[in-house]
Design a protein around this ligand. Sequence first.
Ligand code: BTN
Length: 333
Amino acid sequence: MAELPGTTDRRIDALLTLLAENSTIVISGAKIAKEIGVTRQRVWRWIEKLRAVGVRVKGHPRTGYHIERVPDILVPQMLSHRLYGTPFARRIYHFFKTDSTNAVALRLGEAGEPHGTVVLAEEQTAGRGRAGRSWTSEKSAGIYCSILLRPPVPPAHAPLLTLVAGLAARDAAAEDLDSLPDIRWPNDVLVGGRKFCGILTEMHAEPDRIHYAVIGIGMNVNQTKMPADLADIATSLRMETGKVHSRLELLIRLLRHLDRYYNQFLTDGALPIIRRFAQVSSYYEGKRVLITTATESFTGTTAGLEPSGVLRVARDDGRGIEAVLSGDVAEAS
Ligand code: BTN
């Protein structure tokens, strides 16, 4: 596995697992230091670092430490055994802070990392959104995850990969919500009309072959408020339910659903994916929309998806059905 500058030291991962597995007892700093092979000073420094991302560790170097509740931090050791049997269990890179997990995953794709590699960050300083926008990535409040895939399909099928990821995110979140989430084509996940999850797919491809694709998923989980400019259009699971949610459990569910939908897509093709989208998205058919592409804006009514995953819209201006490859979709009155 490539050593990446900035990734979380594996011994921090081991420290966290040690504390989590012994949450009912106080473990001395000396014992922890011996177990994970570092000095007691270093144990103390790392515990301070974990506290800074919200891990509740009680105690101090002389008496010992214990964890107050199962930590909600997305380190590889906490994830990999729960992802056993999926391609996402083996290569998980974790950062306390990075610019963009998509940027890291794209570099890993170029360096030959295998299908299923996962990149996670507690915080992003330059989170990327669709259409050149940014993605606000408050420390340890959301899930910031990029998955490297090497799908054996032509680039024309890429929109379906995006749908697959949107369905996985939607199903993962549905279990934590009181009302049903919706998907705005292609893959914004909404609750109560506000977006809490966005997906950015980037890839490196030739006309007939995808070398690798990176699916970047940003999910607002435990944010208590949104930046003023997003307050009308964005939300978090916590803001919707009034409860704190486990990012760890959400991410595990998300990756398990992704594995399931991805395999279904490879074995049975686009049809079951499109059928599922039709079941869970109010945008599939009969929705009044405003479409903004790179070249124009127009209103119309959605009319299903093409087999390639492209959205069909019956234009109001009488110019028939438009196949929308990419662009912004907004609900129109
Ligand atoms: C959108 O605009 O809706 C897509 C947002 C995608 C954000 C995620 S967060 C993890 C990954 N890394 C990034 O820089 N972007 C994606």
